[in-house]
Design a protein around this ligand. Structure first.
Ligand code: G3P
Ligand code: CA
Length: 250
């Protein structure tokens, strides 16, 4: 079975990351799932922004947690990348709506591991409950998966919503992780693809412990092939069309 193609911040090689346009294009490009990063705005909403500040990805300035969604409503979040002009920050609520309507899975990565520790995860679980997605019957095929580099954040979601699958992300492989074991609150392993280049047997080791692997960011054709050979279940890519066609060629 080929890995599922996860559009990393949308089809972000071709459209501005974390815009509806980027996610709509990802669907056209054959993505099976979306990835997004979430932060809390000043008015307590979950918004899809990677960086602490909006400076790189909009024509505004400032720290996400110090700006309200209505303050960001008039800013252009796509012109920096592409000749479209999408106004307003993308909320997780809106992205969840698109994912549900399009029947694609959504991988949500919580940021703020320290400053708002706990708040972002609590808001995520509350939002999932509002959408009826906080307790999927079939956990293996849950429409939403939670991810973080913070083991504590993953643990909080496991405790608040045990049926929502979790991924522990990492970009180093200390001995304990290298054995394929994860903390008991993490379902899947989320290594940087650069780790797989050196430790291609990692995926099999994680599988021995019952964990699937989600690998990022898999744009290079050689990495796509490596992931397919190694048995990675999910590949996060900025180029869903290229990655999908390479995987389909088998
Ligand atoms: O999909 C995981 C990956 O997105 C983690 O890194 O910095 O792109 O959020 P980053
Ligand atoms: Ca991310």
């Amino acid at each position: 079975m080929r890995p599922e193609v996860v559009a990393h911040r949308g089809a972000s090689a071709h459209r501005a990351e974390h815009t509806l346009g980027a996610y709509e294009l990802a669907i056209e490009q054959g993505a099976d799932a979306f990835e997004c990063d979430v932060r809390v705005s000043r008015d307590g909403q979950l918004v899809c922004v990677h960086d602490r500040r909006i400076d790189r990805t909009s024509n505004g300035r400032g720290v996400v947690s110090e700006l309200t969604v209505s303050r960001m409503a008039h800013l252009d979040f796509s012109g920096w990348h592409h000749q479209t002009h999408e106004r307003g920050v993308l909320t997780l609520d809106a992205l969840l709506g698109l994912a549900k309507d399009s029947s694609v899975r959504l991988f949500v990565e919580t940021k703020h591991p320290v400053r708002y520790a706990g708040l972002v995860e609590a808001k995520l679980v509350a939002l999932l409950a509002r959408h009826g997605l906080n307790a999927p019957e079939d956990k293996q095929n849950s429409p939403v998966v939670m991810m973080s580099f913070s083991s504590a954040a993953v643990r909080r979601v496991r405790e608040a919503a045990p049926r929502v699958p979790t991924v522990l992300l990492f970009d180093r492989l200390p001995k304990r992780l290298g054995s394929g074991m994860l903390p008991p609150w993490a379902d899947h392993a989320g290594p940087d693809v650069r780790l797989l280049r050196r430790h291609s047997d990692y995926v099999a080791r994680a599988a021995e412990h019952g964990h699937d692997t989600y690998c990022w960011t898999v744009d290079d054709p050689a990495d796509v092939e490596l992931c397919a050979r190694a048995g990675v279940r999910y590949v996060a890519t900025n180029r869903p069309a290229d990655t999908r066609s390479r995987l389909d060629q088998g």
